[in-house]
Design a protein around this ligand. Structure first.
Ligand SMILES: [Zn+2]
Length: 276
């Protein structure tokens, strides 16, 4: 439902075809795919309902960086989570408006009121909406060109999102009965990553685990992360970060140790695994 190319039904069928016993669905910042995935669950496959939350952390040097937090088996109706989703929706609309107003002020053929009127009333408003307005205005020919020139982090009108501070997200997931795992903490190819002492702080704040076996971690990185996790008594998970046709990694390329999986499930009380 976010940035993969398989539908939730296709995802669970692909997991079963690959011979997996368990698969987690972790769309970015939404649980909208849970119901379809449960409905399509092949017999013998277990589904872990989760999400990958976009958060902000310090890198260890005081600078804010973007981090991803995997949340498993939480109750999506927990009041703090619902309120935070509402805050993010409002904030994302305001951010788009600020970007559009700046463009118009610079003389670009963008009408901020029209852009705002084109946004879904209740759904997620994002930069792709503004990118399509730029395409329609003839300023760029594709959405990706709009991101490169104007809207991406290197673009001239980029504004940072006010994502959830990661420690607050960890607390919210705990309150919702879920388990929080830091996603691909040291995927250096994706940009700045958190230092060891930040992971120590997050462990103190209630983080349950770190994703170690991930396609963006080389063997040396996995070894160092596993050592740090052992010192902090954090669970170490593995996942392929499968995105369908959007990434080359096949489903089931990385897996979580069954014993770690059992410990993770035992910590959760927001939702239970669903067996097909
Ligand atoms: Zn991620």
């Amino acid at each position: 439902m976010s940035d993969g190319t398989d539908t939730p039904s296709e995802l669970v069928r692909a997991a079963a075809s690959a011979g997996l016993d368990v698969v987690a669905i972790t769309d970015h910042d939404t649980t909208a795919g849970w119901e379809e995935a449960v409905g399509a669950l092949p017999s013998g496959l277990t589904l872990i309902r989760g999400a990958e939350l976009s958060c902000v952390s310090t890198a260890g040097n005081g600078r804010p960086i973007s981090v991803h937090l995997l949340a498993y088996l939480f109750d999506p109706q927990a009041p703090a989570l619902v309120e935070e989703q509402r805050r993010l929706r409002v904030e994302r609309r305001e951010r788009l408006q600020r970007m559009a107003v700046r463009m118009a002020a610079d003389g670009l053929p963008i009408d901020p009121d029209e852009v705002m009127a084109s946004l879904p009333a209740d759904g997620a408003a994002g930069r792709p909406h503004l990118a399509r307005a730029l395409v329609e205005a003839g300023l760029v020919s594709t959405v990706s060109e709009a991101f490169d020139k104007y809207l991406g982090s290197g673009g001239s009108y980029y504004l940072r999102r006010a994502d959830t501070p990661v420690k607050r997200a960890i607390a919210m997931i705990a309150d919702a009965g879920g388990v929080a795992v830091l996603a691909h903490p040291w995927a250096y190819s994706r940009g700045p990553t958190v230092a060891d002492d930040v992971i120590v702080e997050l462990a103190e704040a209630g983080l349950s685990g770190v994703e170690v076996d991930h396609p963006d971690h080389d063997p040396g990185t996995r070894e160092r992360l596993r050592k740090l996790a052992a010192e902090l008594d954090l669970l170490t998970t593995g996942s392929s970060d499968y995105h369908g046709a959007n990434k080359p990694t096949p489903i089931g390329a990385e897996t979580t140790d069954p014993e770690v999986y059992e410990r993770l499930v035992a910590r959760a009380n927001g939702r239970t695994p669903v067996r097909g």
